[in-house]
Design a protein around this ligand. Structure first.
Ligand code: NAD
Ligand code: TYD
Length: 347
C-alpha cells in the first residue's frame, strides 16, 4: 500500500486528480487534505467518497503543527500538492493570502515531508504549478521548461516562489521532487470566477460578460481531465528534479473564445443567433494583465507520451452541459462574500 497525500483535492483540478487516482489505483491509499476555502467543495467528490482507499482530512497547510502531526502519524510516501489560492483577480486585492497559502503553506508541507516522509524508493514530492510563472509572451514564441521565471501578478509570483522552494528543498534536503507548469484549465467543477464558468453562467442568467481591456489577450486552454491524466504520467514516470510543461496546443484570444461560447450557448438555449454576444461588455483592464501564454508541451509528449485527448469543441460542449445540469452546484457555491462579487454591475 502506498500512502499518497493530495492537497487541495476538494478544488477544481484536485477533485479530478483525486477521482482518477482513487479509481485507477485501488492499491494506493489516497488522503485528500483540504481546508475547504470558498473554492473547496466536497460535492465535487460525492461519487467516490465511499471508496475504501479514500480518506478526506479537513486541514490548513498554513498550520505547521497540524501538518507535522499528520505526517508523523501517516508517514506518507508521496505528496501531490495542489492546494493554493488560484485566482489572479483575488491576488491583486489580497496578495498576502497568496503569500500565506502558496508560499508559506508549501514550505510547511516541505518541512513535514522532510521530517516524516517514508523515504522509500519511488516516493516523490510533486508540485502542481502554472505557466504564469514565466510571465508573458509577445505575439510569437512559446514557454519551454528553460524559459526564465518572470511573474507579473501576485498569484504567479507566489507560485514561482513555491516552485523555487520545492527545487531548493530537493537540493538542500535531498527530497525527490517533480514540478509541472500547466496552462489554463477548464471543465466541470471550476469555481465561477474564472473566465469560462463565469461566462457560461452569466449567459444562462442573461448577465453582462465583462471582457478585460480589448479582449486581445491569449490563453492556451486545456480540458481538466487531460491535465489530471498528465499529472498521473508525471507522478509515475517523471524524472527526479525535472519540470514538465503541460498545455493544450490550443491558443485562443479571449474575445474569440467568448464569441465561440456565445454561439454555442445561443444554440443550447434556443436563442436567436447573436443574442448572447450582445451581453459582451468591455471593462477596465486587469492591472499587470499578461498578453499571451502559450506552452510548448513537447517534452511531456516525447518523454512521457502524454498529449491532450479532448478537443476544445468537445471539452467546451461537455463543460457547458455540466453547468446546465448542475445549476444547484452553482447556487451552492455562490454565497458569502462571493455573492456580491458575482452579482456586481460592470462599468
Ligand atoms: P481551486 O482554487 O479550484 O482549488 C484550490 C483548493 O485548495 C481548494 O479546494 C481549497 O479549499 C484548497 N486550499 C486553499 N487554501 C488552502 C489551505 N491553506 N490549506 C489547505 N487547502 C487549501 O484551484 P485549481 O484551479 O483547482 O488549482 C489547483 C492547483 O493547480 C493550484 O496550485 C493552481 O496554482 C494550479 N494550476 C491551476 C490552473 C488553472 O487553470 N486552474 C492552471 C495551472 C496550475
Ligand atoms: P482567468 O480565467 O482569470 O485565468 P488567468 O488570469 O489565470 O489566465 O482569465 C482568463 C483570461 O480571461 C485572462 O486574460 C483574463 C480574462 N478575463 C476577462 O476578460 N474577464 C473576466 O471576467 C475574467 C474572470 C477573465
Amino acid at each position: 500500500m502506498k500512502k499518497i497525500l493530495i492537497t487541495g483535492g476538494a478544488g477544481f483540478i484536485g477533485s479530478h486528480v483525486v477521482r482518477l487516482f482513487v479509481k485507477k489505483y485501488p492499491d494506493y491509499d489516497i488522503y485528500n487534505l483540504d481546508a475547504l476555502t470558498y473554492a473547496g467543495n466536497l460535492e465535487n467528490l460525492r461519487d467516490i467518497e465511499h471508496f475504501p482507499n479514500y480518506q478526506f482530512i479537513k486541514g490548513d497547510i498554513n498550520d505547521s503543527d497540524f501538518l507535522n502531526k499528520l505526517f508523523e502519524l501517516n508517514k506518507f510516501n508521496s505528496v501531490i500538492h495542489l492546494a493554493a489560492e488560484s485566482h489572479v483577480d483575488r491576488s491583486i486585492t489580497d496578495p498576502l493570502a497568496f503569500v500565506k497559502t502558496n508560499i508559506i503553506g508549501t514550505v510547511n508541507l516541505l518541512n513535514s515531508y522532510v521530517k516524516y516522509s517514508s523515504n522509500e524508493l519511488g516516493d516523490v514530492f510533486y508540485h502542481v504549478s502554472t505557466d504564469e510563472v514565466y510571465g508573458t509572451l509577445g505575439k510569437t514564441g512559446f514557454f519551454t521548461e528553460t524559459t526564465s521565471y518572470s511573474p507579473n501578478s501576485p498569484y504567479s509570483a507566489s507560485k514561482a516562489s513555491s516552485d523555487h522552494f520545492v527545487r531548493a528543498y530537493g537540493e538542500t534536503y535531498k527530497i525527490p521532487y517533480v514540478i509541472s507548469n500547466c496552462s489554463n484549465n477548464y471543465g466541470p467543477n471550476q469555481f465561477p470566477e474564472k473566465l469560462i464558468p463565469l461566462f457560461i453562467n452569466n449567459i444562462i442568467e442573461n448577465k453582462s460578460l465583462p471582457v478585460y481591456g480589448d479582449g486581445n489577450y491569449t490563453r492556451d486552454w486545456l480540458y481538466v481531465i487531460d491535465h489530471a491524466l498528465a499529472i498521473d504520467k508525471v507522478f509515475h514516470e517523471g524524472k527526479n528534479k525535472e519540470t514538465y510543461n503541460i498545455g493544450g496546443f490550443n491558443e485562443w484570444k479571449n474575445i474569440d473564445l467568448v464569441k465561440l461560447l456565445c454561439r454555442m450557448m445561443d444554440e443550447k438555449l434556443n436563442r436567436d443567433f447573436g443574442t448572447s454576444e450582445k451581453l459582451i461588455t468591455f471593462i477596465k483592464d486587469r492591472p499587470g494583465h499578461d498578453l499571451r501564454y502559450a506552452i510548448d508541451a513537447n517534452k511531456i509528449k516525447k518523454e512521457l507520451g502524454w498529449s491532450p485527448k479532448v478537443t476544445f469543441e468537445q471539452g467546451l460542449e461537455k463543460t457547458i452541459d455540466w453547468y446546465f445540469e448542475n445549476q444547484d452546484w452553482i447556487q451552492n457555491v455562490i454565497n458569502g462574500d462571493y455573492k456580491a462579487y458575482y452579482n456586481r454591475q460592470y462599468k
